[in-house]
Design a protein around this ligand. Structure first.
Ligand SMILES: [Zn+2]
Length: 480
């Protein structure tokens, strides 16, 4: 069947158009009426729920508890931490009127919750026995967005934000790295995105943080996506909100706090890491439908294949596979095949009258060289978990190979500029913010992170020639 109106602009022609058309046509999202807002449709929301469940389980397994704090925060709270308010001011939505009159104090719609959680931590913590305090919240936040992009930059988005308080720097840093590890694991094992964990340079730090860590993934256009961040706040918020405890020795001490977040932006990362000209390619761990069965045939034959498809779906579900039967018999098989390819379903099973008579189905994977194969209906429930696991592993391998072949170690400015035009450059840098700015102005690339795994190295800055900072290479790239 020829490409119908559901097709999307090829990635190679216009990556941005491909993305914008795909998120709509795959029925993940729609635009909200207020600028920059996003309506997450059921197929997109299911993706989020599956990611959320994986993340939530790991957050709880590591001793954190979920809580919920208010959406509205007194404006004065944000002003208590100077860098924090300066960083967030341009993005704030502020409520000045409510209940028909002007408020005495404006209320900020939370852009993040350090301040209100800090205020409550101060109330709840008094002794060293109250530490560590390990909280997480699943919530929506609002950051006014001038250049919205579905999932990647929306005025309102969904996320989790971890907020923890500790007795000292060592314990808070262990927590900061634990959260980063959880993010890297979810990105690799669930989203099949081979992220690079590393530290942000000072210019890219979270407003109010002492150290910011990130996981960075490479999208299929060579740009980077920051997919999760973890911050060590030092005692900055503890000072601003008087988060203190009495030590064993009886002294009053400031807590060391952390915060960390992963958001619906991650779904944009899944789309741009794996998708192709036919549409989405979903990792089985996140696919709302891991297997779609398309019964084929008209009239009585159609009824027979539909009944067999339902029976097969029941057996696949019993084997732990998310299976869906496409019973839209009014649509042609070709249309339905294209539709599920567009929507990224990992495995499609076609079940026609002839297949049914021979006790088989035709299995077609969303990606791979094998093409279609005949598989006995009887063996599918036993076979499918392995097929899906292989597909998941294949996606991670493919994305890793893509990232590695588009990352260059560069030691000259010419090589650096060439590398960041299409991918990432690993280079030495002086650490000066002004030098970072000049690199950005010339190439649109920014320092993505100082990879944790980087080898010790010294030398001179790729741009200005001054002695290199950090003692290792920095990863640069254009970013979302
Ligand atoms: Zn420099």
């Amino acid at each position: 069947m020829a490409r119908d109106e559901r097709g999307v602009t090829p990635q190679s022609e216009d990556f941005s158009a491909w993305y914008n058309e795909l998120v709509a046509k795959a029925q993940l999202v729609d635009r909200g009426p207020a600028k920059g807002t996003m309506i997450i449709r059921p197929y997109g929301y299911r993706l989020w729920e599956l990611l959320q469940a994986e993340l939530d389980r790991r957050i709880k397994d590591t001793g954190h508890e979920n809580a919920y704090f208010p959406l509205l925060i007194p404006e004065s709270y944000l002003r208590r931490e100077a860098e924090h308010v300066e960083g967030f001011s341009p993005e704030l939505a502020v409520v000045t009127h409510a209940g028909g009159k002007e408020l005495d104090e404006p209320l900020v719609v939370r852009p993040t919750s350090e301040t209100i959680i800090g205020e409550m931590m101060a109330k709840w913590i008094s002794s060293h026995r109250d530490l560590p305090l390990l909280l997480n919240q699943w919530a929506n936040v609002v950051r006014w967005e001038l250049r919205p992009r579905m999932f990647l930059r929306t005025t309102e988005f969904l996320w989790q934000e971890g907020h923890t308080a500790h007795a000292d720097e060592a314990d808070a840093m262990r927590e900061t790295m634990l959260a980063l590890d959880i993010y890297a694991e979810v990105a690799r094992d669930i989203a099949a995105i081979p992220v690079v964990p590393g530290e942000k340079t000072p210019g890219e730090r979270f407003a109010g943080a002492v150290r910011t860590f990130t996981i960075e993934g490479m999208m299929r256009d060579g740009k980077a996506l920051q997919a999760g961040t973890s911050h060590y706040m030092g005692t900055n918020f503890a000072k601003a909100f008087e988060i203190q405890y009495t030590s064993e020795a009886g002294r009053l001490e400031l807590c060391h706090t952390t915060s960390w977040g992963m958001s619906t932006r991650m779904l944009g990362g899944v789309i741009m890491t794996h998708g192709d000209d036919k549409g989405l390619v979903l990792p089985p761990a996140l696919a709302p439908h891991q297997v779609v069965i398309v019964p084929i045939g008209r009239g009585e034959q159609g009824e027979q294949t539909l009944a067999a498809a339902r029976e097969l779906a029941g057996r696949l579900k019993a084997a732990g596979v998310r299976a869906h039967v496409d019973d839209r018999s009014q649509l042609s098989p070709g249309f339905r095949f294209n539709d599920w390819e567009l929507r990224g379903v990992p495995v499609r099973l076609e079940l026609g009258p002839r297949d049914l008579a021979s006790g088989t189905a035709v299995m077609a994977k969303r990606l791979g060289e094998e093409g279609k194969e005949q598989v006995p209906l009887e063996s599918l429930p036993e076979l499918m978990p392995g097929v899906l696991a292989d597909f998941q592993a294949f996606l991670l391998e493919r994305a890793t190979a893509f990232r590695d072949s588009n990352t260059s170690r560069t030691d000259t400015w010419e090589a650096f500029a060439e590398a960041v035009a299409t991918g990432w450059a690993s280079a030495l840098h002086c650490g000066e913010a002004s030098c970072e700015d000049e690199i950005k102005a010339k190439t649109a690339a920014t320092p993505r992170c100082i990879p944790l795994a980087g080898e010790p190295e010294s030398g001179s800055c790729i741009h200005c020639g001054a002695p290199a900072a950090y003692g290792k290479r920095v990863l640069f790239g254009r970013a979302y």
